[in-house]
Design a protein around this ligand. Structure first.
Ligand code: AMP
Length: 117
């Protein structure tokens, strides 16, 4: 079950602040509080989805399209296209997911090497 008390739900309700970089009807993007690269931004859907698993299974197609278009828009607006960037999404225990609201990490600003360590 989706936990409405998770930290990203609180950010969406503006109960706690974030360093916002982008918002539209589908999504909100903000800087990660513990950046793992010179640029580390999180993009979250506005709906109550725990991870890519239920987002891909249950979100209306227009919401899925709108969300992923926002991810690309954020990367462009951050100036990451020319130099390159990485997106990732963690699901569940093996994925190392900490916050149970679906989010895409956008990482860039330096060479990130190949995949994960
Ligand atoms: P994940 O392991 O994929 O669930 O990643 C959760 C991410 O959320 C981590 O990179 C955290 O640093 C980040 N995070 C946790 N709390 C906040 C917050 N209040 N504002 C911004 N980022 C956060």
């Amino acid at each position: 079950m989706y936990d409405p008390q998770n930290i990203f739900a609180k950010i969406l309700r503006e109960e706690i602040p974030c360093k916002k970089v982008y918002e539209d009807q589908f999504s909100l993007a903000f800087h990660d509080i513990h950046p793992q690269a010179p640029v580390h931004v999180l993009v979250i859907p506005k709906g109550d989805y725990m991870s890519l698993d239920d987002f891909s299974a249950f979100a209306p197609p227009a919401d899925v399209a709108g969300f992923f278009k926002a991810v690309g828009t954020v990367a462009r607006e951050l100036g990451l296209v020319e130099g390159g960037y990485r997106i990732l999404a963690n699901h569940g225990v093996n994925g190392g997911q900490e916050v149970p609201h679906f989010h895409i990490h956008i990482l860039g600003g330096k060479s990130l090497g190949r995949m994960v360590a």
